[in-house]
Ligand binder design. Structure first.
Ligand SMILES: NC(=O)C1=CN([C@@H]2O[C@H](COP(=O)(O)OP(=O)(O)OC[C@H]3O[C@@H](n4cnc5c(N)ncnc54)[C@H](OP(=O)(O)O)[C@@H]3O)[C@@H](O)[C@H]2O)C=CC1
Ligand SMILES: O=C(O)[C@@H]1CCC=N1
Length: 285
């Protein structure tokens, strides 16, 4: 972790699933608890955060008061109101915090418009797309920043994401963040769904739920670890499992016959398109 990140005051606006994952990951990396403040309306979520030792409040304005980095971690549908509330409260501030938006789809243009202060100043904004494995320090994150963001600010944003992610990728076109969302932002759900189905299939064929769950989870984990640690690419690793005319071959042929590639293509595109759609519809409101 960089000293710049360790010394920064971080304010999470919204303390839901993704904020909890990032905060859990940050605390595991020894970011000082007292440097993290979360504003969250729901007492159940607030209590969970409080139990981790970070500061909590119901007031977005209070949470952002002394922050150098404000992480906008609310649903896209409420981002506009939250940005406007914060911009109103920051009019007396000489130095504005850097805003990191994790809201899927919401464009820089909209964020800048909503975060504009009465005197015309706009905070520097970085869009990021993390994922929930950040909780265990195994996140994958994409980032995009406009030209107004300084190198130091980009380094700080990247350091925050890198502290909870093993892959931190800058994209050079904003629309590519929607693709990152369709791949790694939503991606954990695809793998969870796959494991759910694997367990159900094996239980249907006679294994106990407990055994099927242990075997399926470990297969997913072991496969991921192997992909990261091996010098061979995923296609070669797949071939290494697949004996000619053997059991894996039978399964992969069945996948193919059911249109596996097409199923994946369509799903990633659906998520990517939904990101763009959220940006367009919510940006207009
Ligand atoms: N979950 C994920 O895997 C990922 C999510 N994201 C993005 O992260 C953002 C948050 O998603 P996620 O954590 O899943 O959503 P959650 O609903 O779990 O978290 C959002 C939290 O914000 C709270 N909230 C609602 N209104 C306000 C407000 N005005 N001020 C402050 N807090 C408020 C909500 O409280 P209440 O429930 O009471 O409304 C909720 O606890 C989204 O924009 C999403 O696109 C990005 C990457 C991955
Ligand atoms: O489902 C969503 O919209 C958010 C963004 C990426 C993961 N969860």
């Amino acid at each position: 972790m960089t000293s710049q990140l360790r010394d920064s005051k971080l304010s999470f606006i919204g303390g839901g699933n993704m904020a909890a994952a990032m905060i859990g990951g940050l605390l595991a990396k020894d970011v000082p608890k007292q440097n993290i403040c979360v504003s969250e309306p729901w007492d159940v979520n607030r209590d969970k955060m409080k139990a981790q030792g970070v500061r909590t409040t119901t007031s977005n304005v209070e949470a952002s008061e002394d922050a150098s980095l404000v992480i906008l971690a609310v649903k896209p549908q409420v981002a506009k109101g939250v940005c406007q509330e914060l911009a109103n409260a920051w009019s007396e501030r000489k130095t504005l915090p850097v805003v990191l938006s994790i809201a899927a789809g919401i464009t820089l243009e909209s964020l800048r418009e909503w975060c504009k202060l009465g005197d015309g100043r706009t905070p520097h904004i970085v869009r990021v797309m993390p994922n929930t494995p950040a909780l265990v320090g195994e996140g994958a994150s994409g980032l995009y920043a406009g030209d107004d963001v300084t190198k130091e600010e980009k380094d700080l944003a990247a350091a925050l994401l890198a502290s909870v992610s093993k892959a931190t990728e800058w994209v050079d076109k904003e629309e590519l963040l929607d693709v990152v969302t369709g791949l790694s932002g939503s991606g954990p759900a695809y793998f969870f769904a796959m494991v759910e189905h694997l367990i159900a299939s094996a239980v249907g064929l006679g294994l106990s739920e407990e055994q099927a769950t242990r075997l399926a989870k470990q297969t997913c984990f072991g496969t991921g670890k192997m992909m990261i640690e091996s010098s061979e690419d995923p296609a070669q690793l797949r071939k290494n499992v697949t004996s000619p005319n053997g059991t894996t071959d039978a399964a992969l042929k069945s996948f193919e016959a059911s249109g596996f590639k097409d199923i994946v293509d369509k799903a990633v595109k659906a998520a990517t398109d939904r990101g763009g759609e959220l940006g367009r519809t919510l940006g207009k409101q």
